[in-house]
Design a protein around this ligand. Structure first.
Ligand code: GLR
Ligand code: MG
Length: 421
């Protein structure tokens, strides 16, 4: 086969899958999470897969970029990126963030990422190599993920209760953690905070520490706290947290907190692109960066970030929001090929119904909190046309075209304002 697979067609399919009422600082998850599924076809008949956010403006950008990519060599990832940048000329960059305003990552990185992943998938199919090998080789054959707990309601208003039940207090959190750990075997726990007053969340963390003394714990209030509150709560959780994630907004705020709390501070909010690295590291604002290939510009750029973090003695973990199997495969290959990664990665996977995905079942399974790194060519997952079709139909019928946790919360509680303490 020739080494020059050129992109002949790009298909972007929006999909929706059911999502429980997970609470966060900016509101609550709607009944469906939306994603875009990217298929890159080559002139020699191979198909590469990518997955990204599903917000309307982002979909439009992916479609425009897809048109610019036709004719590009899948091995020339710089040319792929240049084509994406050309497609974004004149774009004002607004909308399409995919995370309800919680993370403000650069538009071009967000758009390039699923195409880079899809091209690597094609490269893997062409060479017979898994993506981890294309990234320099797997240094581990299993990737550890952490339990990702949320305060949540028992059901969406007017809907049936989901299998997880309510979690609005320490007992609810411990029950949720117990179930998630029993089912998936996770050996680390993250709690999404910024929902209840900070002392109540600290109480929840202490209950988790008591119930799971061997599990490292993380708390992520998504920058809902002032510097003063962050310092007070951080100090009160000395010896309890593995790291405290984004307690307060901005690099200067994080630096002020970092100076005064005993545990490392982690971020997926104030360091979300290369331009943030120098000011954050210079001021010792963060001790752990959570990479996310969806907003860092793909797998290779995330690997580059890992090297930079290691150079400056900054730890590396991995961020996630609602995702399907293509993203889990990409995250797993990246983590496998990243020696610098020393923390269990975030994943929203347990919040997804097992039956809902766009890939054929069985390629990715959790055992003892870890996913075995696929060893088959490319990402190691295969698109399932029926499943893709069903989730696309669900996208069309659910009526959601934007992730809007705050808007949904306001429809339920009209007086809701994003809280800060
Ligand atoms: O670690 C984080 O900041 C996140 O995972 C952001 C996500 O958007 C999460 O909070 C969510 O989905 O509610
Ligand atoms: Mg976070």
């Amino acid at each position: 086969m020739s080494a020059h697979h050129r992109i002949s067609e790009v298909t972007i399919t929006p999909v929706a899958f059911r999502d429980p009422p997970l609470l966060n600082n900016v509101g609550v998850h709607e009944p469906f999470a939306i994603r875009s599924i990217v298929q890159v076809r080559t002139d020699q008949g191979l198909i590469g897969l990518g997955e990204s956010y599903g917000d309307r403006a982002h979909l439009a950008r992916l479609r425009r970029a897809g048109e610019h990519l036709v004719g590009t060599d899948v091995w020339d990832l710089h040319a792929v990126e240049r084509a994406v940048l050309t497609s974004l000329e004149g774009d004002d960059g607004s909308g399409g963030g995919g995370m309800s305003g919680m993370v403000a990552a650069g538009v071009s990185n967000r758009v390039f990422s699923p195409f880079e992943v899809a091209c690597l998938d094609v490269q893997g199919h062409e060479t017979g190599l898994p993506v981890s090998a294309l990234l320099g080789g797997a240094v581990r054959d299993r990737v550890d993920y952490s339990a990702y707990l949320f305060y949540k309601w028992a059901a969406h208003p007017g809907g049936d209760p989901d299998r997880w039940g309510e979690a609005l207090d320490p007992d609810g959190l411990v029950a949720q953690a117990r179930r998630m750990i029993e089912e998936y075997g996770f050996s680390a726990i993250k709690l999404k905070g910024g929902v209840l007053p900070p002392d109540e969340e600290a109480e929840g963390i202490r209950a988790l520490a008591e119930a799971f003394p061997d599990h490292p714990l993380r708390l992520d209030p998504n920058a809902a706290w002032s510097v003063e509150t962050s310092v007070r709560i951080g100090r009160s959780l000395d010896g309890v947290l593995e790291y405290l994630e984004d307690p307060t907004p901005g690099i200067p705020g994080m630096a002020a907190v970092a100076e005064q709390v005993p545990m490392p501070l982690a971020t997926n909010m104030c360091v979300v692109e290369m331009g943030h690295v120098a000011p954050a590291f210079r001021s010792d604002a963060v001790q752990v960066v959570l990479s996310d290939h969806h907003f860092w510009g793909g797998l290779r750029r995330s690997a580059l970030l890992a090297g930079i973090c290691a150079t400056f003695g900054v730890g590396l973990s991995m961020h996630s929001n609602s995702h399907l199997g293509i993203s889990l495969a990409a995250m797993t290959h990246l983590a496998a090929a990243t020696p610098e990664l020393t923390y269990a990665c975030d994943t929203h996977w347990p919040w997804k119904e097992e039956t809902e995905d766009v890939v054929k079942p069985g390629a990715l399974t959790f055992e003892k909190g870890a996913v075995a790194v696929p060893t088959t060519p490319g990402l190691g997952v295969e698109l399932d046309a029926d499943r893709l079709g069903a989730l696309h139909e669900q996208y069309l019928s659910c009526g959601l075209t934007e992730r809007d946790d705050t808007g949904y919360m306001r429809r339920i509680r009209p007086d809701f304002t994003v809280p800060s303490w």
